[in-house]
Design a protein around this ligand. Structure first.
Ligand SMILES: [Fe+2]
Length: 291
């Protein structure tokens, strides 16, 4: 995606917005999301960050540290100890406030709704008061300044923490969300599928999820690295290989639903029947904007 058309007039966001931390990066930034209580995948992601030489100060999680897997408390502890930046996901919002459910917004009675009910009960029973307080204190948005651009890092969308934005979401809706952010681009999570789109010179990016397959027929997770190259920003979608046999084995000893264990092995996520396949994730691309 080199040579994207020149962008619209630059949006104007004050340098400092109350409640929105700003991260200024002069080097590569590692983005990931969706640990989903998958301790093995989260360990592998942090090891990959070390291998790539990207420090915690330039590593950002887009939320949902806890969900489908067996190791809710251990995964939270691992992420906290890593000292990375974390944006609040709907799972952190729900568990942090002891809500009745995860707030994913799945249709009542659907397969995803039933699966979510099961993991949420397990996670809710696993987490202590300190972990919940940490979740409540997470920012809902972090603005990243990189390669002369400002990107809003959120969980769902700038408008709603549990909004699903996919590669196939209509352009006008994505453009509306980009305008709401008031930035050069948005990096979101929640849907668990990696993709990047450039609309009107602005970027919508999703790093995917590390803790659950991306419906691509493999058991891998996905993350991304944003590399500043002068005024050019290179976006790399990267696969995460890890011991994917371990999460279902851990879940087998817990009251997790068996279909979720099979999905780890088959390479399909929790909503494989309704989520689109990932796009533009096999390699990466650049995002250039004329000035
Ligand atoms: Fe989410």
């Amino acid at each position: 995606m080199n040579g994207a058309p020149p962008g619209q007039p630059l949006p104007s966001v004050p340098d400092e917005v109350p409640g929105i931390p700003v991260l200024a990066a002069s080097g590569p930034v590692l983005l990931f999301g969706g640990c989903y209580s998958n301790l093995q995948a989260t360990r592998a992601l942090l090891a990959e960050a070390r291998r790539l030489g990207i420090p915690a100060s330039r590593t950002v999680c887009t939320g949902d540290v806890v969900a489908y897997g067996a190791d809710a408390a251990a995964t939270v502890a691992l992420v906290r100890d890593a000292g990375i930046h974390v944006v609040m996901g709907n799972c952190e919002e729900a568990l942090g406030t002891s809500a009745a459910d995860c707030g994913c917004g799945f249709a009542e009675g659907s397969a995803c709704d039933r699966l979510s009910e099961a993991w949420y009960r397990h996670a809710d029973a696993s987490l202590g008061a300190e972990a919940r307080a940490w979740m409540r204190g997470l920012p809902r948005r972090i603005d990243l300044l990189i390669a002369g651009r400002r990107l809003a890092i959120v969980h769902g969308s700038p408008e709603r923490i549990s909004a699903f934005v996919f590669a196939a979401t209509p352009d006008d809706e994505v453009e509306r969300q980009l305008a709401l952010a008031g930035t050069d681009g948005v990096a979101g999570g929640h849907c668990g599928v990696p993709f990047s789109r450039v609309l009107g010179g602005r970027l919508w990016h999703n790093a995917g999820a590390v803790g659950m397959p991306a419906n691509d027929g493999t058991a891998r997770g996905w993350f991304s690295v944003l590399r500043p190259e002068g005024r050019h920003l290179r976006v790399e979608h990267l696969p995460l290989d890890y011991d994917h046999a371990a999460p279902p084995q851990r879940c087998a000893r817990l009251p997790c639903p068996s279909p979720m264990r099979r999905r780890w092995r088959r390479g399909c996520g929790p909503a494989a029947t309704s989520f689109p396949r990932p796009s533009w994730h096999s390699g990466g691309g650049g995002w250039s904007r004329g000035r």
